[in-house]
Design a protein around this ligand. Structure first.
Ligand code: ZN
Length: 369
């Protein structure tokens, strides 16, 4: 391991983040923002020591290895950064990377690139081009920044320790990042390609937490003569059909119950009571439609569905593709995300004697909060 040190700045006050908690402590993918940076730095095995500069030590919930050191930060970002540099000076570091805890999405590949570039350069800054056009104002006049000649700087930024330390110690005014020190002193800075996903979490809406929900559905209907058989929204040629207030489509009914279950919205009977005349002989796709509307309205989306159709006859293999195509259409979901299995019951009981067909479904939904 080379003589590399990683300083994580997590002592900001988040003036722009509309929350009682400073943003570096907000949960993102089940971890506080600063924990993402610690874990990534540890996993990279590139650093002798990882320094977490933080003002509220109570936020540290886990025990880290000995090479993770926690120190108290200063008032401004540049104060905290200097405190980190002063702390590591006694270890005589060659290289130091400085990183804002508000960027949890950098990759270990980027860390490697930064450290490799330090062999030939004193200061390395990852940059990306702006996706939006930038204007700036001087007094009352507006100017356009040419997109091809402007870029956005990110962290981690990498430096030879001695050079950065000298500049930091003599800096009198507040600076936005360490690159500024080199640029303002007309020193050479090497820019490397940054990462589009390595954005800074500045506003509350920058954080999207996706939650996963499971739902289960089961249904069974008796088979009777002189009725058409509907499964998965389509007519299947068969000597009997399924008895029920509706068309008795066990697949769609199980799907409806599974989706309602995952959304925690009770069951099919709540939405379609079987004592209501208006639902008499209703086709099941018509029952599914309002349920999908609720799903969309509440920002859920389906990850996948797994279906067990339990019957001796008809054979699922013969109709699988047709049923999947129909379900894909009704759910507006890619066919690859739906699985349909046929299951017999060894000729046992009502289902075995072809007096009934049953179905069970598991659905997984996601919701972005
Ligand atoms: Zn049913």
């Amino acid at each position: 391991m080379m003589n590399n040190y990683f300083i994580i700045l997590a002592s900001g006050q988040s003036k722009r983040f509309n929350s009682a908690k400073p943003k570096q402590f907000i949960k993102y993918k089940n971890k506080a923002l600063f924990e993402h940076s610690i874990d990534k730095a540890l996993n990279s095995k590139l650093f002798k020591k990882i320094i977490l500069v933080i003002n509220d030590k109570k936020q540290i919930k886990y025990k880290y290895p000995k090479n993770v050191i926690v120190i108290k930060g200063g008032k401004e970002r540049s104060d905290s950064s200097l405190l980190g540099l002063k702390y590591i000076k006694k270890f005589k570091p060659n290289n130091v990377l400085i990183h804002d805890a508000a960027r949890p999405n950098f990759t270990i590949k980027l860390l490697n690139n930064l450290i490799n570039s330090l062999k030939k350069n004193k200061a390395i800054i990852p940059v990306i081009s702006s996706k939006d056009s930038i204007k700036y104002k001087v007094k009352n006049q507006l100017f356009n920044l040419k997109r091809e000649s402007s870029f956005l700087t990110q962290t981690p930024q990498a430096f030879r320790f001695n050079d950065l330390y000298k500049l930091s110690i003599s800096q009198k005014t507040k600076i936005q990042d360490e690159a500024t020190l080199f640029i303002e002193n007309n020193l050479k800075v090497k820019f490397i390609k940054g990462e589009n996903l390595n954005t800074k979490i500045t506003f509350k809406e920058d954080i999207i937490n996706t939650k996963n929900y499971f739902g289960i559905g089961f249904d069974i209907h008796r088979l009777i003569k002189n009725k058409k058989l509907y499964l998965g929204g389509i007519k299947i040629p068969f000597h009997s059909g399924l008895k029920g207030h509706s068309d008795g489509d066990v697949i769609l009914h199980s799907i409806i119950d599974a989706i309602l279950g995952a959304m925690r919205k009770k069951d099919i009977g709540t939405f379609f009571p079987d004592n209501k005349k208006q639902f008499k002989n209703i086709r099941s796709p018509k029952m599914l439609k309002p349920i999908i509307e609720i799903l969309n309205r509440n920002n859920f989306y389906i990850n996948n569905l797994d279906i067990n159709l339990i019957c001796e006859q008809p054979k699922v293999s013969k109709y699988r593709n047709k049923i999947l195509k129909s379900l894909s259409n009704l759910l507006k979901l890619d066919k690859d995300l739906i699985n349909l299995k046929g299951k017999t019951v060894e000729k046992l009981g009502l289902i075995g004697k072809e007096k009934a067909i049953a179905c069970e479904v598991i659905v997984s939904l996601n919701k972005d909060d």
